[in-house]
Design a protein around this ligand. Structure first.
Ligand code: AMP
Ligand code: ZN
Length: 461
């Protein structure tokens, strides 16, 4: 029995599926820029959730949207549309920008071994559905018109604020109203008018030419592909107070039934001192940044498992080194194992129990390590490890019972190794990192031992 923390009830609840196929909706990226590793941590939560449910024997349908229009730089419906901003930055069409960054995102998902969602609808392909939802809201008396667009009147939805635990009055308190004509500070745009501005992405609507507000796409597309209510909605914690609160308001006000039964939110990946990774700052780390520095994207995957998804996780290069070394060690170890046969039942039970306990990945990984070190047949361990890997996604199939071909490092690699030993003895970490990158380019990974020694391992290409 799975138990998940439901952000709506603010407690851990038993997850009892209502239908045969479990419906999950995950808020996807806004494709105006590369996704950063913080974003990837959020998407990894949906991946682990989905894999765990499948491991538990369920069928899952996962829908993840691609926001290719309508997401303004500010949550308060002000400022530029992120896509139009990218148009000015890059001098390409909005459609080209969306296509380029969608592809880049999909490539990153693949490198991190995220299972492709069952469906990835684009906001721009669902304008009709979004308009239909606004029409339904209008019929229910939830919409008003101002110069700038059509707005949702949050005072007409008594449940407004239930997800974040804020009352409407609290949300108003001290918050400026922002756009002229808005009735309540928490009201938000359902449809924005182009207002004569030159826009590449705009559509006809019953209210005038314009484009959808950001929140409406998730309400419209989740209903279309999963029905309402569906089982689980996931997203990053920053989306809880505005985006998800607004999704609830739209979907429930229009149709009178809950949007979803469970809300699951992933905490942030932060830099030291709690600094946010941001697309607009120079701390913009992508999966490609990690690869360029010689890390395997799967080391980042393993690193993310070191914290529970409801705990902020601090990124550091030292932590990445530790994850990369752990991964290299595991790969080396399992190469020497016998071919998979049978399994180690008690470890498998404990592994599943960790997943069932609100996706406790640090615990699941600890169980895996315990098993790897346990004094039982390596064939049984191999079989269990491959089963664990359906969740871990660390691609162990490539390594289990596949001894590395003995290969002597070239003279160049041996020389770099000697230099790196010296750099580390001198505590020159920058030089040590540079030399590790050099070795990586020659096809050699480095395992750092506790005693300051190091071993070269042929990288799997
Ligand atoms: P966006 O493209 O900005 O809508 O973000 C995509 C997803 O990444 C959302 O679910 C965000 O909540 C999430 N997210 C943004 N920054 C971080 C971060 N530093 N750590 C974890 N998740 C994040
Ligand atoms: Zn959403």
């Amino acid at each position: 029995m799975f138990r998940f923390y439901n952000s709506l009830s603010r407690r851990v609840e038993e997850f009892v599926p209502k239908k045969k196929i479990i419906g999950i909706y995950s808020c996807g990226p806004t494709v105006y820029h590369f996704v950063h590793i913080g974003n990837m941590r959020s998407f990894l939560l949906s991946d682990v959730l989905r894999r765990s449910l499948m491991y538990g024997g369920y069928s899952v349908k996962q829908v993840m949207n691609i926001t290719d229009v309508g997401h303004l730089v500010s949550d308060a419906d002000e400022g530029d549309d992120k896509m139009e901003k990218a148009v000015r930055r890059e001098g390409k069409t909005a459609w080209d920008i969306a296509a380029f960054y969608t592809d880049a995102f999909l490539a990153d998902c693949k490198r991190l071994r995220l299972l492709p969602p069952t469906k990835m609808p684009r906001a721009t392909d669902h304008i009709k559905e979004q308009i239909a939802l606004v029409v339904a809201l209008e019929k229910g008396g939830h919409v008003y018109r101002i110069k700038d667009g059509m707005y949702f009147d949050t005072a007409t939805f008594p449940g407004y604020g239930k997800l974040s635990g804020q009352k409407l009055e609290d949300k108003q308190g001290g918050k400026r109203i922002g756009i002229a004509g808005k009735r309540n500070a928490s009201d938000f745009a359902l449809w924005k008018f182009s207002q004569g501005a030159k826009r590449e992405m705009e559509w006809e609507s019953p209210w005038g030419v314009g484009f959808p507000g950001w929140h409406i796409e998730c309400s419209a597309m989740s209903r279309k592909y999963l029905g309402q209510p569906f089982d689980i909605h996931t997203g990053g914690i920053d989306h809880l107070p505005v985006h998800h609160e607004n999704e609830i308001a739209q979907s429930e006000a229009a149709y009178g039934v809950p949007l979803t039964r469970f809300w699951m939110h992933g905490e942030f990946l932060v830099l030291g001192d709690g600094e946010k990774i941001s697309k607009s700052k120079d701390n913009f780390l992508t999966l490609q940044t990690l690869i360029d520095r010689g890390y395997d994207p799967l080391a980042f995957r393993l690193f993310c498992f070191s914290a529970h998804y409801r705990t902020p996780l601090t990124f550091s290069w030292q932590a990445m080194d530790a994850a990369q070394n752990a991964l290299n060690n595991l790969r080396q170890t399992v190469r020497a194992w016998e071919k998979p046969r049978g399994g180690v039942e008690d470890f498998e039970k404990r592994f599943l129990a960790a997943l069932e306990n609100d996706l406790d990945m640090p615990k699941a990984v600890a169980v895996m390590w315990e098993m790897v070190k346990a004094d039982v047949s390596t064939a049984a361990k191999a079989a269990s490890l491959l089963r664990f890997d359906t969740i871990l996604g660390l691609d162990f199939k490539k390594y289990v019972a596949k001894p590395a071909k003995a290969e002597k490092p070239s003279a160049a690699a041996a020389k770099l190794l000697t230099q790196r030993l010296k750099a580390r003895a001198d505590k020159d970490w920058k030089e040590s990192d540079r030399l590790r990158d050099e070795l990586q380019k020659l096809g050699w990974g480095v395992l750092d031992g506790k005693d300051g020694g190091m071993t070269l391992v042929k990288s799997q290409q």
